[in-house]
Design a protein around this ligand. Structure first.
Ligand code: ATP
Length: 475
């Protein structure tokens, strides 16, 4: 890990708090580990990323439909999916300072510090213990070497339906959104005209009892997932070609829609010990975060495992009948799954720039929390304020627009650059045709528009502003 990378993460965390993107969770109560709140700018950025994902992968594709299933599903769903038995991490606790840490992360970080890349996926508790002892890996918090034996724990959050916590009432907060898609497979094929191959996309919160601390919004207790199950007939569709198409679609989304530098991304294929037994191929699209290349987006060919499991556990018939041949079979799936919060962390890190003492988030305009900011040149001139308000009100009907009348113009530009606002619109004396204030009558009803990335300015007629912004943002 390079020193300058560590600095970048700290800068992003500080900017995120300062400008209302991301706040530490429950801060006034001393915080809650691995939880964060999305502030006024953050909620817009996150929503814009979600909207972009939904537009590209659901709305604009003729072979996709959407779904919004429940966070609390029948508990048997998670038995069928394998999460009750399988969504487990191995944990070690320091007897001295009581830091709990994931054993795999402890070991991998230890080797990474030595410049070696080691994966311990699939190793038993005993094997992990052996590595920790052999390498004499110390606690990253207190430096002591005094670990409890490694034990597994389940990441699913449990809760109860109803007020009496009886065994029968136990339910789970969903650990992924994907299972809701499988559970509704029959409802979707019965209620729409979809024909294989087709996909179902879902966006929504998932919950995992993560114990590893740090790394900002990369890994949190609750997170927004964007998942697709793409169903196909394995006899008609070549899965390898389909897999490659999804790889290209994901890469394109990251580099073109989110504007991330291609050299910061790479594919990593899971080895046999890491891949789930039912998966024929799994690859992760990884981003070079300041703490190393890490999974951003998973792509797994899951065969017919999930639908078959739900058929077994529910007794429902989830097979598909080909309308032309009448052949009945269980479709296979390819699953691209990503966390929106991880996408957001990546985007903020990737577009961060400094120009002297100016800090900029060079966000693609579609993603920017505010598409424009409107300022009256001076806050104490009612004619300027009134006109600027009118411009602001008009633009707000179509765009998310910020308002600022504090301090001088330079400070306002500085603040908007940090939030990533692509255009700053200033109403000045020329706009209101005030010759005494230095206005040129030919410029009446025009405003200055300043471009974030270049700092250049141009005068645009108020009547043309909507068209201008629309063209620049949604081209
Ligand atoms: P990791 O190995 O990082 O824990 P995973 O392999 O368990 O991730 P998946 O189950 O494949 O993750 O989930 C799909 C996607 O959901 C991940 O690629 C990631 O973007 C996102 N994701 C998973 N867990 C979290 C989390 N705790 N916080 C934020 N995003 C997450």
């Amino acid at each position: 890990m390079e020193h300058k990378d560590i600095g970048l993460m700290e800068k992003i965390v500080s900017l995120a708090k300062r400008r209302g993107f991301v706040f530490p969770g429950s801060e006034i109560y001393g915080g809650l580990a691995n939880s964060y709140e999305y502030g006024p700018a953050g909620v817009e950025l996150k929503k814009n990323i979600q909207d972009e994902w939904w537009r590209v992968f659901v709305r604009e594709r003729p072979d996709m439909v959407g779904l919004d299933s429940s966070i609390i599903l029948h508990p048997k769903v998670w038995e069928a999916s394998g999460h009750v038995a399988g969504l487990v991490d191995a944990m070690a606790e320091c007897r001295h300072c009581h830091t709990r840490t994931r054993a795999d992360h402890l070991i991998e970080n230890h080797f990474e510090a030595k410049g070696e890349k080691v994966s311990v996926e699939g190793k038993s508790e005993k094997e992990l213990d052996e590595v920790i002892v052999q390498e004499k890996i110390a606690c990253p918090t207190c430096g002591k070497f005094d670990w409890t034996p490694v034990r597994k724990f389940n990441l699913l959050f449990e809760t109860h339906v109803g007020i009496v916590p009886e065994a029968q009432s136990k339910v789970y907060l969903r650990g992924e959104t994907a299972q809701g898609i499988f559970v509704n497979f029959k409802n979707i094929t019965d209620s729409t005209r979809v024909r294989l191959p087709f996909g179902v996309g879902q966006l929504g919160k998932s919950f995992r009892n993560e114990i590893t601390k740090g790394n900002f919004i990369f890994r949190t207790l609750e997170f927004e997932q964007a998942e697709i199950e793409y169903f196909f007939d394995p006899e008609e569709t070549d899965w390898k070609a389909l897999y490659e198409q999804w790889k290209s679609a994901m890469w394109k989304f990251a580099t073109e829609n989110l504007g991330v530098r291609a050299e910061m991304l790479r594919w990593r294929e899971h080895g046999d010990e890491e891949r789930s037994f039912y998966s024929k191929r799994t690859e992760d699209l990884e981003y070079r975060f300041p703490f190393g290349f890490k999974e951003l987006w998973g792509l797994a060919y899951r065969t017919d495992y999930d639908l078959t499991q739900h058929m077994k556990f529910s007794g429902a018939d989830l097979s598909y009948t080909d309308p032309a041949s009448g052949r009945k079979f269980i479709p296979h799936v390819i699953e691209p799954a990503v966390g929106v919060n991880r996408l957001m962390a990546m985007v903020m890190l990737d577009v961060y720039a400094e120009d002297g003492d100016r800090v900029l988030l060079k966000l693609p305009p579609r993603l920017a929390p505010y598409k424009a900011a409107v300022f009256p040149l001076l806050a104490n001139k009612p004619a300027l304020v009134e006109k600027a308000r009118a411009v602001h009100d008009e633009l707000r009907k179509r765009f998310t627009v910020a308002w600022d009348d504090r301090g001088n113009i330079g400070k306002r530009y500085y603040a908007q650059d940090e939030i990533g606002t692509p255009f700053c619109i200033t109403v000045d004396f020329e706009t209101v045709g005030d010759e005494k204030g230095g206005g040129d009558p030919a410029h009446k009803d025009t405003v200055t528009v300043r471009h974030r990335d270049t700092g250049t300015q141009e005068r645009i007629h108020i009547g043309k502003l909507q068209e201008f912004l629309h063209g620049k943002i949604y081209h």
